[in-house]
Design a protein around this ligand. Structure first.
Ligand code: FES
Ligand SMILES: [Fe+2]
Length: 436
């Protein structure tokens, strides 16, 4: 559980909040590059860290991100004309460049220098890994970008889904490997999956032994279960400051993936996954077919991007018959299952009501690191982890079978490093069952 004060500190990310200031130390994914397909194309409404912003691609292909309300009298620049290297407000014609400078003010006499006194809030952007990254922080020169391997590859697949709840509530589901056995695989019997696979290990031993370790990028956990006579199966995964996760799906050493839980505001989250290789495809898990979620077409609304067809308004299209006979939840996709449970807590859960057990050790530690970082920045001006140290992000996660009694941290040091090739590593532990 958390006190009311710590819960507020953890969850609120608007301008000037302690956690908002932590998040603003880093480059953050603001949009997908594919959302701004053309030079001088339509501007895009972006809700990010509690701010209403407008993204646009200039004639030369650069991406700008600026405040929505025109500094003159507040008309939204979403309706602006995307012209050359700037965005022009259609109310009185003021034009702003990428840096937020007013470069044309046709409604004022030519001899006035008023336009030089007007500056809109505009944030620097760069594109990498199919994403538009923005820096909303205090520095004149932004820090280096985190060296997240998945965002530095040529061939990746990207998925984005909006979630209607607080970012940390959503993120906590991703560092909670214990729920996999119930929420996602609860309808699968151990004898429906092959021997020698991760699914067999987790289904026969729902309660794992959890170990947690602080790292220079955030927190890492290992969830241990017996594998064969003298081996254990470890699920190893990461939380990386300020809102990234690497889940234990796949094989440690081969899996290259990053997931970002980016607050749109305190009650809405944009979840972006970047994975090496092809995207997710339907697969069989026991009696259930696990498919990627269906999504609605994007709209131009502040909350119109990357929504699921199954949502709270239609009870996630739950099928009560299927819940008895096929799957544990009766909800169609893994992602919608996660979405249903985390959104059903309400927009921001009151964590005074919780009862945390041993399986929540990673959640407890991650919260503590984030709260400590927010207090250290607020009270002592100390920077949170990794801001000026992009190489600490060059890590991987995944599942691995180790000899019983092995030191899970030492034994996996090389497998957890990014950019290392392991051509001989076997995928047999996956056994064709989707790793979730
Ligand atoms: S409100 Fe934008 S130019 Fe007047
Ligand atoms: Fe999940």
């Amino acid at each position: 559980m958390l006190s009311r004060e710590d819960n507020e500190l953890l969850c609120r990310v608007g301008p000037g909040t302690p956690m908002g200031n932590v998040l603003r130390q880093y480059w953050v994914p603001a949009a997908l590059s594919s959302e701004l397909p053309e030079a001088e194309g339509s501007p895009l409404r972006v809700r990010l860290l509690g701010e209403n912003l407008i993204a646009y691609r200039t004639a030369s292909g650069a991406v700008g991100l600026m405040q929505s309300n025109c500094p003159h009298r507040g008309a939204s620049l979403f309706y602006g004309r995307n012209e050359g290297e700037g965005l022009r407000c259609v109310y009185h014609g003021w034009k702003f460049d990428l840096g937020g400078r007013c470069v044309d003010m046709p409604s004022e006499p030519a001899e006035t220098d008023f336009k030089r006194k007007v500056r809109a809030t505009a944030y620097p952007c760069v594109e990498r890994g199919g994403l538009v990254w923005a820096y909303l922080g205090p520095r004149e020169t932004p820090p280096p970008m985190s060296e997240l391997e998945a965002t530095m590859l040529e061939k990746v697949s990207i998925q984005a889904y909006q979630r209607e709840c607080n970012w940390i509530q959503a993120l906590e589901g991703d560092i909670d490997t214990g729920h996999t056995v119930f929420l996602h695989l609860g309808g699968v019997e151990p004898d429906e999956v092959p021997a020698g696979t991760w699914a067999k290990y987790v289904l026969t031993q729902p309660a794992a032994r959890y170990e947690v370790a602080d790292t220079d990028f955030g927190v890492m956990y290992g969830a241990c279960r017996r594998a064969e006579a003298d081996t254990d199966y470890w699920r190893i995964a990461n939380f990386l400051f300020p809102f990234y996760t690497m889940v234990p799906t796949g094989v440690l050493g081969l899996e290259i993936r990053m997931r970002a839980w980016i607050p749109m505001d305190d009650e809405h989250t944009m979840f972006i996954t970047v994975t090496s290789g092809a995207g997710p495809a339907p697969r069989q898990a026991g009696r259930q077919v696990v498919s990627p979620p269906e999504v609605l077409p994007n709209t131009t609304d502040w909350y119109g991007r990357f929504r699921l067809t199954a949502d709270a308004r239609n009870d996630y299209l739950i099928d009560r018959k299927s819940q008895k006979t096929v799957s544990y939840t009766g909800i169609g996709s893994i992602h919608a299952q996660d979405q249903a449970v985390t959104e059903s807590m309400g927009p921001i859960y009151d964590r005074r009501q919780e009862h945390l057990g041993t399986s929540d050790r990673m959640v407890i530690r991650t919260r503590k690191r984030l709260i400590d970082a927010a207090k250290a920045l607020r009270d002592k001006g100390e920077l949170p982890p990794g801001v000026d140290d992009p190489k600490v992000y060059a890590v991987r996660s995944g599942g691995v079978v180790l000899p019983r009694g092995a030191d899970w941290i030492e034994a996996t040091r090389e497998l957890r490093r990014a950019w290392v090739k392991h051509p001989g590593l076997s995928r047999s532990v996956l056994g064709g069952v989707p790793a979730v």
